[in-house]
Ligand binder design. Sequence first.
Ligand code: SF4
Ligand code: SF4
Ligand code: SF4
Length: 348
Amino acid sequence: MPITLTIDGKTIQAREGQTVLEVARANGIRIPTLCYHADLSPVGACRLCVVEVEKMRGLVASCTLPVADGMVVHTHTPRIIEERKFVLEMLLTDHPNDCMICEADGGCELQDAVYEYQVEWPQHKGKRHSYPVGADPNPFIFTDFNKCILCTRCVRACAEVQGRYVWGVANRGFNNKIVAGADVTMLEAACEQCGACAAYCPTGALTDKPSRGKGRAYQFTKVRTTCPYCGVGCQFDLNVRDGRVVKVTSARDAGVNGMALCVKGRYGYEFIHHPDRLTKPLIKKNGTFVEASWDEALDLVVEKLAQHRGDAFAFLASARALNEENYLFQKFTRAVMGTNNIDHCARL
Ligand code: SF4
Ligand code: SF4
Ligand code: SF4
C-alpha cells in the first residue's frame, strides 16, 4: 500500500518498508551520513542523519526509521544542524588533523561532512587515541585506526559483501576499537585481501596500500573496464594519472559485481606497466630469445603448428580470454588442427 508523507514541506509517495533516508534521497533531499551505505544493513550509529518527526520525541536516525503514512519530517531545522555539528565536533576531538597528507583526502566522507557543516577543529586537550600507523602487515590494505570513526562499515562490508567476518568491535567506551579476529593481524583472521573493507571505509582508516602516495581521488581519470582475470566479468574503474594506471576502484553500478572485487581484480594491475612485460614477440634463435616482428612470429607459429596436426596437438583455452575467443579456440582445434584435444583452465 502506498504511503504518503511530508519531508521538508514536500508531499512524497513512498513504499512500505522504505526508510525516511531512502525516500528523502530518492526525492533529492540531502541528508548527510557516515555509517550508512546503501549496500549494507543500516545501524544508525553515527547520528549524522538525524531528523525531526512531528509527534515523535527527540531526534531520530533517518537511516533506520521506516516511513509511515502521514509522517511529517524535517531534515534541516536549526536544532538538527546544531546536533550534526556536535556529532562532527565529537568525532574530530579524537581524530588527527591530517587531511593534507591523508590518503583519503578528496574522497573522505568525514572531510566532506565537516566542510559542509563548517565545523571548526576543536581545541581539545583531553585524551586522544594513538594507534600505531600502518601496523597491520597485510600487503594490500593500510590501516590507520587513529582515523577510524567506528562507523562499522568495514565490519558489515566484510561480513555482508565478502562473507569473511574478519572485522569486529572490541572493548567498551573510549577503548572501543575495530579489531581483526581476536585482535590479531588481518591475515591471521582469514582475510582474503579483497579490499572491500577499504572500499567501504568512509575515511582514511582503511586504504589501499599499493596506491599510497600515487595521487588524490580528484587527480585520477576513471576508465571503466572489465577485469582481465576470470570469466565472472567483474567491472571496475581504472584510476589513471599521467597515462599510468595507479589504482583500481570498484563501481557500485557494475552489473555483475557492484562494489565487490577479489584480490586479483582490485590489486593485481601492476603487470600493466611492469618492465618485465613482453610487448613484442620473441623468437628463440641459437638458444637465445630475440625480438621479432609480429609477421615473422606468426609465420613461424603457422609453420610449426602445421607439423603437429591431429592428436599430437592439444589446446588449453583460457578464462582470461573472452567467450568469443574461447569459441574460436575450440573451432580452431577441431576444424583446423583436426583433434578434440581442447580443454579449459577453468576445469583445473
Ligand atoms: S580521514 Fe578524512 S578527515 Fe581524517 S585526516 Fe583523512 S581526509 Fe582528513
Ligand atoms: S580485505 Fe576483504 S576479507 Fe579482508 S578484512 Fe577486508 S573485506 Fe574482509
Ligand atoms: S575502519 Fe573505516 S569503516 Fe571501519 S569502523 Fe573505522 S572508519 Fe568505519
